[in-house]
Design a protein. Structure first.
Length: 178
């Protein structure tokens, strides 16, 4: 189902954990990675392997959260309730769910996942348009950084990803301090 600006949608999260337990694993921008690292108080390098990994597709690295038995590595059960252990720093795609971006420049329409049982419940509310705009801005910056490093400055994909992460996490630190 697709929704557009001006339309309200009924959605209440039932905390069923389905969206964190069904794969495929969540893809991350460098900005998501830096927020998670900062929230956990570690450098982005300490997330690699244990929490995140990268695949290379047509020279471009794609970073994803690790899954264990199809469940997100950050999902834990607290008092039998599925709980995101990095909730304040959860990736933008998780923040948007059950709303799904349609295309890179599309800021007026969102797809609504048919897999979320919370859709159609609760009060009618505006979809998260400002989160969508923030996410698309971060995606654009993520690919601008990577494409520049790979295709203009001729870095290998993994080296380019490392450099992009260093730059993005440094920028976030500077922003936090200023
Ligand atoms: S699938 Fe929907 S209702 Fe269940 S936890 Fe995710 S967002 Fe909430
Ligand atoms: S990061 Fe948190 S919200 Fe996102 S899939 Fe993992 S447990 Fe769920």
């Amino acid at each position: 189902m697709i929704t557009s600006r001006g339309l309200k949608v009924r959605f209440t999260c039932l905390r069923c954990g389905r969206c964190c337990s069904s794969g495929p694993n969540v893809s991350l921008t460098v900005h998501d990675v830096c927020r998670i690292a900062s929230y956990l108080g570690v450098s982005w390098r300490e997330l690699v392997g244990k929490y995140i990994y990268a695949m290379i597709a047509d020279y471009v690295p794609v970073v994803v959260i690790r899954g264990i038995n199809s469940k997100c590595v950050f999902l834990k059960y607290v008092n039998n309730t599925p709980t995101c252990t990095i909730y304040p720093a959860r990736p933008m795609r998780c923040r948007l769910y059950p709303f799904l971006p349609i295309a890179p420049g599309e800021t007026s329409r969102l797809e609504i996942s048919s897999k979320c049982p919370g859709v159609g419940r609760g009060e009618y509310e505006d979809p998260p348009w400002s989160d969508l705009e923030a996410y698309l801005g971060e995606v654009k910056d993520h690919y601008r950084k990577l494409y520049d490093l790979i295709f203009t400055r001729n870095l290998e994909p993994v080296k380019a990803l490392e450099r992009a992460l260093d730059e993005a996490c440094f920028e976030k630190q500077v922003t936090k301090l200023s």
